[in-house]
Design a protein around this ligand. Structure first.
Ligand SMILES: Cc1cc2nc3c(=O)[nH]c(=O)nc-3n(C[C@H](O)[C@H](O)[C@H](O)COP(=O)(O)O)c2cc1C
Length: 235
């Protein structure tokens, strides 16, 4: 299995979300042989999409901007599983990740102003059949306790991009706790559960609701989290 792990956290290697994504990959690798390529977006030269639509018209499938996205798109096409790892910023993906996503436009076909497709299909039809067979896993952590409320906008966006539910997700609340050494025992237990989720994904190709829900269960009660936040971060 070829896995492409995209780290879209501006915190780079210090990203808490990345620790979750890596535990997930460890779980997969316990079940099947895999080759893992990691793309650290903050190290790459990725310019913003300029909206020229050349990739849909004059040079179909080709972007006129010559930067690191050329190689990254090749890595996406060569992967069986793409794991996107990023924190939630203002209820969506951070700008680094959005820039990467915008520059995927060459992998989609021109939008012909047709009526909306059925919800199970991507709004933008993929240019290559092989993209339909790939699996996308979105791993994200957020600061707050209520993932359902926090991730509503991102889920709507992912549903439109991939087709409703055509991706796997792990959303972790209270993300700042991932850096608190005093919670090591709880964190090790959480990462172990993420690893088991990786094993399930490797075997089944998706995660069941019970696993998804267990990974979005906060480590601390809202009250305990609030007290810790007040003593550590809120000035
Ligand atoms: C600019 C910015 C915006 C954020 N927006 C949200 C948000 O909308 N909702 C939320 O729950 N957390 C938000 N957070 C908190 C991060 O999602 C959280 O700290 C995350 O766990 C960081 O993950 P990382 O270590 O992988 O970068 C925000 C943080 C920053 C810096």
């Amino acid at each position: 299995m070829n896995i492409l792990l995209v780290n879209g956290s501006p915190r780079a290697e210090r990203s808490g979300t990345l620790r979750i994504a890596e535990s997930f990959v460890e779980g997969i690798s316990r079940v099947c042989e895999c080759k893992v390529d990691t793309v650290a977006l903050y190290k790459k030269n990725i310019l913003p999409c300029t909206g020229c639509f050349s990739c849909w018209s004059r040079t179909p499938g080709e972007c006129v901007i010559k930067d690191d996205m050329e190689d990254i798109r090749k890595s996406v096409l060569g992967a069986d599983v793409i794991i996107e790892s990023f924190p939630l910023y203002f209820f969506g993906m951070p700008s680094l990740m959005k820039q990467f996503t915008d520059r995927m436009l060459p992998l989609t076909k021109a939008y012909g102003y047709e009526v909306s497709p059925v919800s199970a299909k991507s709004f933008h039809e993929f240019r290559y059949e092989s993209l339909l067979k790939k699996k996308l896993v979105v791993v994200s952590s957020c600061g707050y306790t209520e993932t359902d409320k926090m991730y509503g906008a991102l889920i709507s966006q992912l549903d439109l991009i991939c087709g409703e539910g055509n991706y796997t997700h792990i959303f972790c609340p209270q993300g700042e706790l991932l850096h608190v050494n005093e919670l090591k025992r709880k964190l090790d237990e959480y990462f172990a559960r993420v690893g088991i989720a990786g094993e399930i994904f490797a075997r089944e190709g998706f995660l069941d609701n019970e696993t998804i829900n267990s990974l979005k269960t906060p480590l601390l009660t809202p009250k305990a989290f609030e007290m810790l936040a007040r003593s550590h971060w809120v000035k």
